[in-house]
Ligand binder design. Sequence first.
Ligand code: DX5
Ligand code: ZN
Length: 214
Amino acid sequence: MKVSPSLLSADFGNIARDVEMLNRSSADMIHLDVMDGVFVPNISFGFPVIEAVCKVAQKPLDVHLMIVEPQKYITQVRDCGAAIMNVHQEACVHLHRTVEAIKKEGMKAAVTLNPSTPVCMLEDIISDLDMVLLMSVNPGFGGQKFIGNTIEKIRRLRELIARAGSHAEIEVDGGVNADTAPLLAEAGADIVVAGSYVFKAADPLEAINGLKAV
Ligand code: DX5
Ligand code: ZN
């Protein structure tokens, strides 16, 4: 399993130290959660912080935008060093245009679905996507409980990807830990995001190794 630790649960007073820890880890990428207080009921951090992380990071940045009108910030997201730009389906009226614009800027295009948004909403765009991010909690906070119907959604998404001959990878975000990760792997997930499970662990490097081995 690929692992994308979420910096939302990192120590913001020592962010460079925590990014250096991830550089030494077996993590495949670094997940950054941008929240605007409108799309989700919380505010996290913005572009200056991503830029600062990028200066230290030796892994690709997986940027998850929990914001309204993400299409306004595509160039800025690219300029602060993102490799993957995740936009919410629920936040994009012209999703096809937004996905094309993200790829034109040289980033991988990922679309995120809230727990209540069905996989079939991606039926007509799946072959254009590099990744689909399934939320397994309602976005906005770390440390929430995993929502069980995600497992069925992963299976349905796997089928949709196969039917369309899409190369999109499946990433899952929220409530990932040693208990839920094996279920996600079995259902067909490629990548897991983990915030509190990694950063609250006594040994974050071992926690990441554990998820990688699933
Ligand atoms: C939640 C964020 C997640 C968050 C996950 O809105 O998108 O990336 O950091 O946190 P955990 O792993 O603690 O559920
Ligand atoms: Zn996230």
